[in-house]
Ligand binder design. Structure first.
Ligand code: CTP
Length: 400
């Protein structure tokens, strides 16, 4: 969820500031980019060096660092953030945030931020219970900020009660939940096929193709990032998929057909990017074929066109996206396949385009929808191409 997300963490002067070290560690471990702003008081509780080391970024404490002459731009910091966390936030900073005061870098960045903001208070129980604190919290919530409520326990004063900052793991869980909530494909079932298929000739040989699986894997990852439950059915490849993706490894076109048949009815969006063999040997030799004759023929039979089969089974609630890899008369062949296989979109790549095809890191695609409307894209990395494909799919759903 947090992979590559920009998290701006504000830390105020409370004993709970020591927990921000664990929080930064958890965020970094989850793949986030973290920048930290400490108030001057907070740096009495935890050193900038600790948080700079853990976040792998310089820590900001004031607008202007006299020693270095560096001015920290609060607007830039606020706009950099995908999410801002203020943990711990003291009664004092809560009051400032609720009333638009910004006499330090943290509160100025808060006012500049346009992203969702989570705040995790820490204070003694009487300060927490005070009407002004509760009013400030209500005000902040009414602005759309999200409270990560403090827990009960022994407080720094020795008193027992409410006011302890939520644990870093809880703050992380709330943040992850928030991120998930906004995902356009949250909980949707998606099936993606990828890679080549291998059709056995004998125990040591096969008919295959040059597909690396990169395009399909990138699409699966992109769908997963959008919150979908992804089943990735892949032919032989050395690529790795994220842990959250359900991966099914297959070898032959027939194995892929069976796996697709098992999962298709439950899939709301299906993207068939595998380079499935069109022909397979009629007989597979049980023993290694020895070289004898000068000429040697293998009789082949057609494999089942999986995409065409799924196109026939497709219901109104399902979206089916296919690929077309062409070398001549590209657009006409793609449109023909779109219609014949009953697809919602077809992604065309032409081997005549530089930067497109099997073994490259890049691809160049043109997408046609079922009304034959065309959208052509530039050469991009396969990850960027996957984003384009996903956003075209999202336009067809009412999940976006
Ligand atoms: N496809 C499939 N099963 C097959 C062959 C292809 O599901 N046995 C799917 C591919 O995953 C792709 C689409 O069909 O999404 C088009 O594949 P492509 O190889 O471009 O075209 P074919 O339909 O096989 O036709 P041809 O090889 O004659 O161009």
């Amino acid at each position: 969820m947090l992979n590559n997300k920009n998290i701006l963490l504000g830390v105020c002067g409370s004993i709970a500031a020591y927990k921000s070290a664990s929080l930064v560690r958890l965020l970094i471990k989850a793949g986030a980019n973290v920048k930290v702003i400490l108030t001057t008081d907070a740096s009495n509780f935890i050193t900038p060096l600790t948080l700079a080391t853990l976040s792998k970024n310089p820590v900001y404490t004031q607008y202007f660092e006299a020693e270095t002459g560096v001015w920290s731009n609060h607007v830039e910091l606020g706009l950099w953030a995908d999410y801002m966390l203020i943990a711990p936030v003291t009664a004092n900073t809560l009051g400032k945030m609720a009333n638009g005061l910004c006499d330090n870098l943290l509160t100025a960045a808060y006012l500049s931020a346009k992203c969702p903001i989570l705040f995790a208070p820490a204070m003694d129980l009487d300060m927490w219970k005070h009407e002004s604190t509760q009013e400030n919290i209500a005000k902040l919530q009414s602005y759309g900020n999200l409270l990560v409520a403090p827990g009960k326990g022994e407080l720094a004063s020795g008193l027992y009660g409410e006011g302890r900052m939520a644990e870093p793991e809880e703050i992380l869980a709330v943040l992850e939940f928030e991120i998930k909530k906004g995902l356009p494909l949250l909980g949707k079932q998606v099936m993606v096929t990828a890679g080549p298929t291998y059709e056995a000739i004998d125990p040591v040989r096969f008919i295959g193709n040059h597909s690396s699986g990169k395009m399909g894997f990138a699409i699966a990852e992109e769908m997963y990032k959008h919150g979908a439950h992804v089943t990735l059915i892949t032919g032989p490849t050395s690529l790795k998929a994220s842990n959250g993706i359900k991966r099914i490894d297959v070898v032959s076109a027939n194995d892929m057909l069976e796996a697709c048949q098992t999962h298709f009815s439950g899939s709301e969006i299906t993207v068939m990017s595998a380079a499935v063999a069109d022909y397979t040997p009629v007989d597979v030799a049980q023993q290694k074929i020895k070289k004898k004759e000068d000429h040697f023929n293998i009789e082949l039979k057609k494999t089942t066109d999986i995409l065409a089969v799924l196109g026939k089974q497709k219901t109104d609630k399902q979206l089916l996206i296919g690929f077309a890899l062409e070398t001549t008369d590209e657009e006409n062949y793609a449109k023909e396949k779109l219609k014949k296989k009953n697809l919602d979109l077809i992604v065309l790549n032409s081997l005549n385009d530089k930067g497109a095809g099997f073994k490259t890191e890049t691809n160049k695609i043109t997408i046609f929808n079922s009304a034959f409307q065309k959208k052509a894209f530039e050469v991009k990395s396969k990850t960027e191409v996957a984003k384009d494909i996903c956003s075209e799919i999202l336009k067809l759903t009412n999940f976006s």
